[in-house]
Design a protein around this ligand. Structure first.
Ligand code: UDP
Length: 538
């Protein structure tokens, strides 16, 4: 009954008639396949051909109408990973009259979001590529509400984290395989295809070595709105005045182990005078981990997907990421980028094992667990000798895998030293200070008055009013930046001023036209927009 679609009653004959007469209608947002999401009426899917179908009729609409550019390379990305050639969406076209010769369509009455999960077995990918993008795609389109139904077309089975996907809507998500059990021709009454990439912060290294995305558009605020939603669905309430402060060591139990975990826990507890506990995905339920993390002062963990759970840390908490030998922390920064997003308000610390004595390698394991026995001898020796994995592309670099799946004996004094460089006193959630981050509006009523003294000297008195929004704000420091540019010149003289007027006399010539640009700055780094340029003739 989880696959029961007909919670909303539809009139089958009316639906069929609409499909035959009106065909498919599609209107999309986005200029390129990488930023496109499409809204469809009567998009169909053949479970035998495993193809989406667009039916042409006298009333069908296709915007953008790309012609054969629809295949160069695709209409859109079905996952949030940019331009990945296994994640493209397209449809085949048929005249609506062909329906006469096709299997009877089964209609999906729910509003559907049709998309691909990228790697549902890896928790980092689950949150970054799927859950956050799905959540915010649903926020973008009002009819994708909690009664909408998710359709995952990547072809994977549910995977270990399927319960998380179920939190996003009240209806059971359906997988590609399950569509076959519904019928041979499925028609989505109303559907959205694609996924917003607006919340993603990391690129995994398919075309250039991995790193933060070039133009990050998400801040801690949106991340925390999402985690608040997830915690609500998991029935976890934020304990406001939580009694005890504690540190969490998030351990892995299968590979990339911390070999001296007991020693590490004791050392952290002693150094910071805090209870220190371990959690792992194998030994704790997801809800328990979220509950614990959402009140923790510090999260310590080996580099790895479990660190995406720092999403749930309270503001002010510290993330300590441990890197195995020969792995440069600067080259693998999905969790650093997350922790340091503006407004996440987390402290991030990386520690790397630099001592060969403290690492345990596994050259004889299968290649995907870091084994290198399949490589030729010279290559094996080179890898073993090397002290740092060179930057590389995803996803099968044997040197990277060899080093990534080492176990590590953490050098405790070295780790404590690194943490102490950042965490001076007790780590932990700070009282939620209003970090603000509100920008000034334009300055208003800018005026200038010129006065000429003789043939070579002049003065320019410029005044303006405060930005309109300032009177509603408490701002620590308000400054003004003024640029004076002689008309026709490329250069300008910049000034930072504290008052709302100033008389400029340096380098001001008589009988000259100056362009005066003024903007307000809050708290040193919150730059407002320039007001309309002021023309001043001396
Ligand atoms: N994982 C885990 N315990 C382990 C090893 C892996 O819970 O001992 C989880 C890990 O958090 C991730 C998934 O298994 O969600 C895949 O781990 P993998 O090592 O392939 O990826 P990575 O953590 O390096 O991203």
């Amino acid at each position: 009954q989880s696959q029961e679609l007909s919670q909303v009653q539809i009139d089958y004959n009316a639906a069929l008639q609409t499909l035959v007469e009106d065909g498919t209608r599609m209107v999309c947002t986005g200029r390129m396949h990488t930023d496109r999401i499409c809204r469809f009426r009567s998009l169909c899917y053949s479970t035998e051909a495993e193809e989406f179908i667009y039916f042409h009729s006298n009333s069908s609409v296709m915007l953008p109408n790309l012609g054969s550019r629809r295949f160069q390379p695709a209409l859109l990305d079905l996952s949030s990973v940019e331009d990945h050639n296994t994640q493209y969406f397209n449809f085949v076209e048929l005249p609506a009259a062909a329906l006469k010769f096709m299997p009877k369509p089964v209609f999906v009455p729910d509003v559907a979001l049709i998309t691909n999960r990228f790697n549902p077995d890896n928790l980092m990918h689950v949150f970054h590529d799927d859950l956050l993008p799905i959540y915010y795609t649903m926020q973008q389109f009002p009819d994708l509400d909690l009664e909408a139904r998710l359709f995952f077309m990547e072809g994977w089975s549910e995977g270990v984290h399927f319960d998380l996907y179920k939190l996003l809507s009240n209806k059971q998500p359906l997988l590609r395989e399950q569509l076959k059990t519904l019928g041979r021709l499925i028609c989505f009454t109303k559907s959205y295809v694609g996924l917003s990439k607006i919340t993603t912060w990391y690129q995994y290294g398919f075309v250039q070595p991995q790193g933060p995305k070039a133009n990050i558009l998400v801040s801690g605020n949106e991340i925390r709105q999402f985690t608040k939603f997830m915690m609500g669905k998991l029935n976890i309430s934020l304990e406001e005045s939580s009694s005890e402060e504690y540190i969490i060591v998030f351990s892995r139990t299968i590979n990339r182990l911390i070999l001296n975990e007991a020693e590490l826990i004791l050392a952290l507890a002693q150094e910071f005078q805090m209870k220190t506990i371990t959690v792992s995905l194998e030994e704790h339920s997801f809800s328990d981990i979220v509950r614990l993390i959402s009140n923790a002062s510090m999260l310590v963990s080996m580099h790895g997907a479990q660190l995406v759970m720092s999403l749930f840390l309270p503001r002010g908490a510290t993330v300590v990421e441990l890197f195995p030998y020969a792995i440069n922390p600067e080259h693998y920064t999905p969790y650093k980028t997350l922790a340091t997003l503006p407004g996440m308000d987390l402290q991030y610390i990386a520690w790397q094992n630099t001592d060969r004595e403290d690492t345990v390698t596994y050259p004889d394991r299968p290649w995907d667990q870091g084994g290198i026995a399949h490589l030729d001898k010279a290559e094996q020796e080179r890898i073993i000798k090397n002290t740092e994995v060179p930057r590389h592309l995803c996803c099968r670099n044997p040197e990277w895998l060899f080093r990534a799946y080492q176990d590590t004996k953490v050098n405790i004094p070295s780790l404590i030293h690194v943490i102490r460089q950042t965490v001076k006193s007790k780590p932990g959630p700070k009282k939620q200070k209003w970090s603000g981050g509100l920008y000034p509006g334009k300055v208003r009523d800018a005026k200038c008055q010129a006065s000429v003294q003789g043939t070579s000297e002049a003065k320019l008195a410029v005044s303006w009013q405060i930005p309109w929004n300032l009177k509603y704000l408490k701002v620590r420091e308000v400054k003004y930046e003024v640029w004076i540019q002689e008309q026709g010149e490329n250069t300008y003289m910049p000034y930072i001023l504290s008052h709302q007027n100033h008389t400029f006399s340096e380098n001001i010539k008589p009988f000259t036209i100056y362009l005066v640009w003024i903007r307000c700055i809050f708290n040193k780094n919150l730059l407002g927009p320039f007001a309309d340029v002021l023309l001043c003739s001396t």
